[in-house]
Ligand binder design. Structure first.
Ligand code: ADP
Length: 275
């Protein structure tokens, strides 16, 4: 095919004969290029906070600074160390999720319980982003009696909570204060179901949409860092959902907010809806 890369090798084969071995190495080369890019990204992400840390250590070692300034430097050093800690945690999570699922991937957890855990985290984050402990967003979760809340999702509950939380956390981090974040559970007539996270944030331009779940892909690097992002969140979400046979769909327009929809097949959803 066009653009394919072939590796051709010639082996002597008996008297006056040769064996020609042609191998399509396109996929191999692509995988190798992706691996190199990944290592370069990780190195870059670690090098930046490390450089800052080394700089502060040298300053603290060579200068007699007033106590207040020392404290400020130590605080900044702590922040950089935290950043590296998050990155390493996310890298480990991603590498675990890229492996094959372990047996016992069909533990059930009630949708209401999953969303309750997400809601506690979301309210805490929104309060942190707000002023004086006030929630920064209008945050809406389905009420306990909403349709399908007593359904069970089959899978690894920890991974499901973390995937949903990641989507909700992103909605809160990228939606400016005063905005609206809405979480919905939508059981479908065919027994499948969707989790939806809608926000009234900045929206995402079409050319970014397809690449958003790539490792380290960020639209605005500095904004993502400011809000504590590693650029691995959506890659983690994608892999966690793939292990559950679920699909992530992102719908967004610049200036119109974004909607992240996770569709679970019927075999992952247990419990009938009352009609
Ligand atoms: P990060 O750690 O940078 O948030 P993610 O993988 O979670 O990494 O997200 C990748 C990028 O997608 C983010 O840097 C941001 O630019 C964009 N993004 C994610 N969620 C939203 C959202 N709800 N609204 C607008 N942009 C978003």
């Amino acid at each position: 095919s066009q653009g394919a890369r072939l590796s051709v090798r010639v082996f002597p084969y008996g008297k006056g004969k040769h064996l020609l071995l042609a191998q399509d190495v396109t996929a191999l080369e692509q995988a190798e290029a992706m691996r190199r890019e990944f290592v370069a990204n990780v190195s870059h992400e670690i090098r930046t906070p490390l450089t800052v840390l080394i700089g502060f250590v040298e300053t603290l070692q060579t200068l007699e600074l007033p106590a207040e300034q020392r404290q400020r430097y130590l605080h900044l050093m702590g922040q950089q160390a935290q950043r590296m800690h998050h990155l390493v945690q996310d890298l480990l999570t991603l590498s675990r999720l890229e492996g094959s699922p372990l047996p016992g991937y069909d533990q059930g957890m009630a949708v209401a319980d999953i969303l309750e855990q997400c809601e506690v985290e979301a309210r805490a984050l929104s309060a942190l982003l707000g002023q004086g402990g006030q929630s920064a967003h209008q945050l809406e979760f389905p009420p306990a009696h909403a349709p399908g809340m007593d359904q069970q999702l089959l899978g690894a509950p920890v991974e499901l909570v973390s995937a949903f939380s990641n989507l909700i956390t992103n909605a809160l981090r990228y939606t400016p204060a005063g905005g609206r974040v809405q979480v919905l559970w939508q059981p479908q007539p065919d027994g499948s179901a969707c989790l939806q996270v809608r926000d009234s944030g900045p929206g995402i331009a079409p050319d970014h949409l397809a690449r958003l779940t790539e490792r380290f892909y960020r639209i605005d690097r500095s904004r993502s860092r400011e809000t504590g992002g590693t650029g691995l969140g959506l890659a983690i979400v994608k892999h966690a959902l793939q292990r559950h046979g679920a699909q992530l769909h992102i719908d967004s327009q610049l200036g119109q907010g974004s909607t992240f929809t996770v569709h679970f097949p019927a075999r992952r959803v247990q419990g009938k809806l009352e009609s």
